[in-house]
Design a protein around this ligand. Sequence first.
Ligand code: G6P
Length: 612
Amino acid sequence: MCGIVGYIGDKKAAPILIKGLEKLEYRGYDSAGIAVIENNEIVTLKDKGRVKNLLKIDGMESLNSGIGIAHTRWATHGKPSAINSHPHSDKDKCFAVVHNGIIENYKELKEKLKNEGYTFISETDTEVIPNLINYYYLKEKKEDSKALLRAIRNACMDLMGSFAIEVISKEKPNEMIVIRKDSPLIIGKGENENYIASDIPAILPYTRNIYFLDNYEFAYIYKDRVDFYNKNLEPIKKETKEIKWDSSDAEKDGFPHFMLKEIYEQPRAVRETIGTTLDNDKIEIEGLELEREYLKTINKIYIVACGTAMYAGLTARKTIEHLCNIPVEVEVASEFRYNNPLIDEKTLAIYISQSGETADTIAALKLAKSKGAKTIAVANVIGSSITREADYSVYTHAGPEIAVASTKAYTSQITMLTIMAMHFAEILGTSSKNEIEELKKCLLSMPEKIEETLKVAERIKEFAKKIYNEKDVFFLGRGIDYPVCLEGSLKLKEITYIHSEGYASGELKHGPIALIDNGITVVSVITDKDLVEKSLSNVQEVITRGAKILLITNQNIEKKGFEELIKIPETNKFLSPILAIIPLQLLSYNIAVEKKLDVDKPRNLAKSVTVE
Ligand code: G6P
């Protein structure tokens, strides 16, 4: 899982590549490198460490080339080191390649190439790619204009696994070829220049006109044109799509970290996700035209996702089951894939993914599709891989999310899934008009209520200062508050490295209560008025055993006995997770800041997990 960038045009490539890589560091940041063509030779500069270290490498400043490829790495095969960093070259230093993905059969290919006299210097799977290209190129007639393209195509046909690849060659110093299979890659069309990247933020400062590549589509890129070919190298036509994101959306806008900026962007993200869906008499969701006859045949809904997106799914389950009367199962994609799930044409399968590129989620979607289920993707990135696989795609409009820890994408996902549940209920007639109307009203007031909730920031910051040295923190919630606790606990683990557990309040006494000791911090979330008494008695159980409580609630509960009580606005029960998560996001953020950790790029994590 890595980020790749490419440039071809009249400007100096190196600074553009480095700037692009910085925008993609959320995809990986243990090593980085660039390769350009100077005086008909490939020049590669790379090292382990962050992208900014590239600037210190000798020779970087004097690169004048207008063509180059670049890579920021998240190690899978071979430790982070200068040798294992990308770009990689073939034994004759004729080609340079950057790669995002995993070549599953690289050992076999390496052996085959070694038998042909090829040598390897890195431990990576990627190094087989330039050597394979070399192997096939030697079989071509150099004067044939498609020789390089054919060599790359033949090499790619030997690869198993996932890849987004950029190739430059000293044989063709003004051309670049890129291809993808199951890893993201986009091309930004400029005036007399073209940009290539794994993700939109890297090229947003330069262009908004984007070509999206499908699996096994090859792009032959010159500075003033892009030719596309299919697997058989027949020319194909592709149109650009216009991306509406503002380039400042991908900058920090004065916030110290992307995560904090994104937490504060939630009113807008939720407002834009609601968009015009509620404007008319009946709810309308662009891209989702499901007939009543079809919906009536559905006897089970699967929600499948990873990480935070899966926790959004756990909240949505409660809303869908309540409004639509259809049983919902929620599963992490990596388990779903191998559990032989019971799916047929009466199953509706919903896949949630911010990036739309999570490998397990995409594979899980393909599986359900192959078993006859209809599939819906709920994604944040337009044109992302998952949206091209799904039968229907709906979008959250959170804008680019850069911090590895997801915040605004999560609240936007809950928003969109609630709208979807209301839409299905309206079609099926499973919920009263009044209930839908009340939910609509509450949804429309969400952006203001989020603004109001954000006002707790200072008090949360103070609380974070008291507990940032803790070793363990527990999160307790019942009913609709339980998935929020799971997400709150995940946020804490991800960015503060504090061990934490999210528990259903009532389950605590069946084991974990043994861990509650004098002085331990417990965060309790209580927003369902019907469960206040029960939840409070669980809180009492841990107070008795010496726990300090941070209580997040929208109910009128007396502060007595709690270390801190944070009041959030009241709303419909099914929407309260959107508000309750905000103090928890802020808590993790402030603890990470207090501990002087890298908030936006926590250790070992990547924003987009495009490998299994
Ligand atoms: C990674 C990220 C998480 C994210 C998960 C799913 O683990 O660090 O923040 O929730 O992937 O990503 P997706 O893009 O599919 O929502």
